[in-house]
Design a protein around this ligand. Structure first.
Ligand SMILES: *Cc1c(COP(=O)(O)O)cnc(C)c1O
Length: 462
């Protein structure tokens, strides 16, 4: 399988190279040259299989050439053993025709563990084989960072630096990043918001001297390996509700568009998905865009669903690339316009996008009210991100098509918002109850490229 850049001017890579590189050298994102299809009969055969087997069948066509069958099966096995639920991604019913896909049983209690744990294993397998090392730098609005640190802590061939916006992540998220004691992991608190962290990360990738000097690798949601791992649970959940014989829809709490883009790939592979519903909080650039109001940055406003406090939604570029008929020049031009505030999507591209994606937003009050209403109606305590998904799903459900809302984090990861909405403070699962007792280790740095690159050069192991 070959991978090409959304801006059309970077080298074509294989899976291993695309995974280790993250951002393409022309500033674009890697996407597969072709989307492999699963036949309806092959999808039907997934019914009743374990999560790991489904994962292997769905993902292997994308990685063949990089990993042997045995290597890849091994990666998948090791990736999900640390999960606290045998089904990995269990489905629970909320209401007639409305289901919750619980993606929070991994080690850091958010769906990002699905991708990050697998990426950790894939990096280790690829680098160990070649006896090479990399420096991973990631930017996080909270959950990616903890998932990355958890996935890479203690690995010989990798140093990890995670940038997070100082004061803007929840205490659980922060502690998950600052308490691991392994000396290859580094939490960096940046004086800025998530978009600043993400912008500095992009700057580092565009500084080729630094990039090559430290052998920079990225595991942010732009990394194709992450999107890949997230395709799996669309298949496992849809099949358990009757796919390929019956269509389903998904409501996806969305920030950087990585999770929902995986759903789009699942659809392109042949999974009968009726609607992919983009659910945003008050930071609603995607909702506005999909309603035809152009893609225009606003101020990021901190919310009770902080992992979606994003204005520039990196993976949306991949959807635009397809909507513009894979014209890298057109995408390049749009991204230039974005630097000065925003762009309008052409009518043709808009039609393509709207044929796959619907959208809606939830205000802070609506999010909070939905947490309360869900507890009363279905006895489920949900995190604020999940509540955004449920609220928008309820607006967009259609009779006859099951709706699956992705439950992206465990309520205990955002206890303040959940307690404010319900009066109940959700406890951490017993396996992580000691999180509040461990010492923290963090470096605070300015929102400045030079300071960051210096700190990283000074702290990598050689
Ligand atoms: C990251 C995250 C999201 C948003 O996912 P994207 O792939 O960035 O759209 C939603 N909810 C939670 C809990 C997250 O951690």
């Amino acid at each position: 399988m070959k991978y090409i850049s959304t801006r059309g001017a970077a080298p074509v890579l294989n899976f291993e190279e695309a995974m280790l590189t993250g951002l393409a050298r022309d500033g674009g994102l890697y996407v597969p040259e072709e989307i492999p299809a699963l036949l309806p009969a092959e999808i039907a055969q997934l019914e009743g299989l374990g999560y790991e087997e489904i994962a292997f069948r769905v993902m292997y066509p994308f990685v063949g050439g990089t990993f042997s069958v045995d290597e890849f099966r091994g990666c998948i096995e090791r990736a999900y053993t640390s999960f606290g639920h045998a089904a990995r991604a269990p489905l629970v019913q909320l209401d007639q025709g409305h289901f919750l896909l619980e993606l929070f049983h991994g080690p850091t209690l958010a769906f990002k563990d699905f991708a990050m744990q697998l990426i950790g294993q894939m990096f280790q397998t690829a680098l160990g084989r070649a006896n090479e090392r990399v420096t991973i730098v990631g930017a996080t609005s909270g959950d990616t960072g903890s998932a990355a640190i958890e996935a890479f802590r203690g690995l010989d061939n990798v140093d990890v630096f995670i940038l997070y916006p100082h004061g803007r992540v929840s205490e659980v998220q922060r502690r998950q990043m600052t308490t691991p004691s392994e000396n290859n992991v580094h939490a960096l608190a940046i004086d800025g918001d998530f978009d600043d962290c993400q912008a500095r990360l992009k700057d580092m990738f565009n500084d080729f001297d630094f990039r090559d000097g430290v052998r920079l690798a990225g595991v942010n949601s732009i990394n194709w390996g992450r999107v890949l791992a997230q395709i799996v649970y669309y298949f496992s959940s849809a099949v358990s509700l009757g796919a390929p014989h019956r269509g389903v829809s998904f409501s996806v709490p969305t920030g950087n568009f990585g999770d929902i883009f995986a759903g789009y790939i699942a659809k392109r592979m042949g999974l009968p998905i009726e609607r992919l519903v983009v659910a945003t909080n008050q930071n609603d650039i995607l909702d506005r865009c999909l309603k035809g109001q152009g893609y225009r940055k606003g101020e990021t406003r901190p919310s009770i669903s902080p992992s979606m406090d994003i204005q520039v939604s990196s993976n949306f570029e991949r959807a635009l690339f397809d909507a513009y008929d894979r014209d890298g020049n057109a995408v390049s031009q749009l991204m230039d316009e974005l630097k000065s505030g925003g762009f309008d999507v052409s009518q043709g591209a808009m039609q393509v996008l709207q044929s796959h994606f619907s959208s809606g937003r939830a205000s802070e009050e609506e999010t909070s009210a939905t947490i309360g209403a869900t507890l009363r109606a279905s006895a489920e305590l949900v995190c604020p991100h999940t509540a955004v998904g449920i609220k928008v799903a309820d607006e967009q459900r259609e009779a006859g098509t099951p709706m699956i809302t992705l439950a992206t984090a465990h309520p205990a990861k955002f206890p303040d918002a959940v307690e404010a909405a319900t009066g109940i403070r959700p406890p951490l699962p017993p396996r992580m109850a000691d999180l509040y007792d461990k010492p923290e280790r963090v470096t605070r740095l300015p929102n400045d490229l030079g300071a960051l690159t210096q700190h990283i050069r000074d702290n990598i192991r050689t």
